[in-house]
Design a protein. Sequence first.
Length: 111
Amino acid sequence: MSASVTPSTRPVARTVPADVQAASELLAALASPLRMSIVTLLDEHGSRCVHQLVDALGVPQPLVSQHLRVLRDTGLVTGVRRHREVDYRLVDGHVAHIVRDALAHAAHGTD
């Protein structure tokens, strides 16, 4: 015998609050070791151009550019053109704080 679903017994669809959705998108943008490394470098140095990031990370330029695009599209980094190069920097220090906290938390798990 199966129970019939009536309007009063249907599960209510819940909407995600805007701040929770925004936080989820921020964490998704950071969910890459390379993007976390880029954020760390930008936090340490203030700004870096692509070739400096490539040299520091040891990965190909197209890969760095692809990850910078993700960070830029989510509003975490901004770029300022200087002649033929673009200097990238963090929009604010909150992003670096999140990455530092995540790295510290991960380090606790390896003790």
